[in-house]
Design a protein around this ligand. Structure first.
Ligand code: FAD
Ligand code: DLZ
Ligand code: SF4
Length: 509
């Protein structure tokens, strides 16, 4: 067949008709290519649920495009042998359709964007790489914002995004007279509160077929495939988000940092996997939240907290990723080199907080932010785990994980491995923080009140040991210098016991 003008490659995280490669195209002359790829499912061994979610969402999206009049070549995994990466199905489609050019919206990951850059030479065709305008801030705009600043801080970036979008603005002032209500968003949750759950979407025939494929091909990957209840269409993702706005958002702010036994979601939205693959539009979601606030259905601290995560943190970490790649993935400020403990895969640990986070990660491919940051992330930093190994873990185990968002959160925010480029101080905490924000400690083998000894909460000795061994690196930060001074006031015997407890625990790892 001849006469195809543009061959449009739609990547697995570009599942919206509004993506720039499609919005500028013409279904009568252009052709779409999508492919399920062995290499993409295994470059880190993704959670089974994540692969099933994405493949099913891709298949549904291809159907959606066909219904809109597009000609779509959809390459199913295993349909042809040795078609493992984007390049092979693309070569097949180029040979078959002889397009004038290849068009693709820029990839979210450095690795894939490098691959795309190689195609002009491989295929001898022009390759148009279009900006991903699902994001508010382009790479160039972020680089301009960052240029000449001594410190990059999310808060100032976020204010610019508020001004730019007009979200929660009264003229040129923030609604309520304050930009950021974070200090109101740190309440521990009460288990007696009503906890809404994200709506479940039972698998349809397309998803059932994908589930069988994933079990057959990736059955040895981490994680539980079943039960499967994620939305795989835009309509279901939007219904899930609407339910969140009605039921959970009013309390999202208050309990944003809380953790509770048996409550994996609390008042979180559980939409990152939909935003990141294109099923939900970030700005539209924020506008819906603003409407709920203006209608008096949602308090300002909740609306602001939610909008900040999306137009603030989400955009900011993406900016950092593209500013610092390649190379950022190997950041290791503390020179941490310990292997990732086996319990990150098995959940077999006596630490109740870590066990809960890993168990639900295995079951749901989901843990909320504070579990990622202050439980699994905090533990890894205190224990001196190699940040690259940890990065590969986070990238593989969460349904919402793509390198552009996962890497800065892991390397920058949770491990301080970039030396403070992204975060103003290390998110290091002893068991007291986890005890304050959760009810895990009550059922734990360890005693959160003890600092040293066999039954002492491991976070305690590890925390003080971390402060002491990194004093030269963190002492310049006023908030950390205070902790170094506190350590120095401990009696010599106590300091020795801390070192011994930490060493004994790490030796058992
Ligand atoms: P909610 O708490 O309901 O927040 C709403 C939305 O805000 C999220 O859906 C997300 O899109 C956005 N958001 C919130 N916090 C952040 C943040 N720090 N960075 C970027 N966006 C944010 N988020 C991912 O989307 N993918 C990842 O791979 C990822 N890896 C992480 C790794 C670590 C070590 C840490 C500490 C955080 C990571 N995050 C990641 C950020 C955050 O934990 C998740 O976005 C959030 O838990 C997703 O759950 P939710 O949709 O219920 O979020
Ligand atoms: C994460 C993922 C997986 C598991 N599988 C595919 C796939 O089969 N086909 C595809 O186009 N994309 C997949 N993705 C997303 C990519 O790995 C990658 O994250 C994005 O293309 C961003 O660069
Ligand atoms: Fe986690 Fe320590 Fe509490 Fe146990 S006592 S749940 S290890 S913080």
């Amino acid at each position: 067949m001849t006469g195809v003008r543009n061959l449009i490659l739609v990547l697995g995280d570009q599942l919206t008709p509004a993506v720039s490669s499609l919005s500028a195209a013409d279904p009568s002359r252009d052709r779409v290519l999508m492919a399920e790829l062995h290499d993409e499912a295994t470059y880190v061994r993704h959670h089974k649920k994540k692969i099933a979610f994405l493949f099913s969402a891709m298949r549904h999206f291809a159907e959606d495009l066909r219904a809109r009049g597009w000609s779509v070549d959809y390459v199913r995994l295993g349909a042809a042998e040795n078609r493992p990466s984007f390049t092979e199905p693309l070569a097949d489609a180029v040979a078959e359709h002889r397009p004038e050019r290849i068009v693709v919206t820029e990839a979210g990951e450095w690795r894939v964007s490098e691959m795309i850059r190689s195609w002009r030479d491989i295929f001898g065709l022009p390759v148009d790489i279009l900006p991903d305008d699902r994001f508010l801030c382009s790479h160039g705009e972020f680089a301009l914002w960052a240029a000449g600043r001594k410190q990059l801080r999310m808060e100032y970036f976020y204010r610019d995004m508020r001004r730019r979008t007009g979200l929660l603005m009264e003229g040129d002032q923030p609604a309520g007279g304050t930009w950021n209500f974070d200090s109101e968003n740190r309440k521990p949750a009460d288990p007696s509160l009503f906890m809404p759950r994200p709506i479940g979407c039972p698998p349809d025939a397309i998803t059932e077929e994908v589930l069988a494929l994933v079990e057959a091909r990736f059955g040895d990957h981490f994680g539980d495939l079943l039960p499967f209840g994620l939305a795989v269409t835009r309509a279901d993702a939007e219904a899930s988000f609407a339910a969140f706005v009605d039921e959970a958002l009013p309390k999202f702010g208050d309990f944003q940092d809380a953790m509770l036994r048996g409550e994996p979601f609390l008042y979180h939205s559980v939409i990152a996997q939909y935003l990141n693959c294109g099923l939900l539009d970030p700005l539209r979601a924020c506008r819906q939240v603003e409407v709920a606030y203006r209608a008096g259905k949602v308090p300002l601290n909740a609306a602001e907290g939610f909008i900040r995560q999306i137009i603030g943190w989400r955009e900011y970490v993406r900016g950092i990723y593209w500013l610092k790649m390649p190379g950022y993935e190997r950041s290791n400020f503390f020179s941490h080199a310990r292997a990732l403990p086996e319990f990150y895969w098995t959940a077999e640990t006596d630490m109740a907080c870590v066990r809960a986070a890993v168990t639900q990660t295995k079951e749901l491919a989901y843990a909320h932010h504070i579990q990622r940051l202050m439980v699994t992330g905090n533990f890894a930093m205190l224990a001196g785990i190699d940040p690259y190994a940890l990065h590969e873990w986070y990238l593989s185990v969460y349904a919402d994980a793509y390198e552009w968002v996962e890497l800065p959160n892991t390397v920058g925010m949770s491990q301080f491995a970039d030396g403070g480029l992204l975060a103003s101080k290390p998110y290091a905490a002893s068991g007291a923080y986890i005890n304050r924000m959760s009810n895990y400690c009550g059922s734990c083998h360890y005693d959160v009140k003890q600092r040293t000894g066999e039954r002492a909460c491991p976070f305690n000795a590890l925390y003080w040991d971390f402060i002491n061994r990194n004093r030269a690196k963190i002492g310049g930060n006023p908030r950390m210098a205070q902790m170094v001074r506190t350590y120095d006031k401990f009696a010599a015997d106590e300091r020795r016991r801390i070192a011994e407890s930490a060493a004994a625990f790490l030796a058992r790892l």
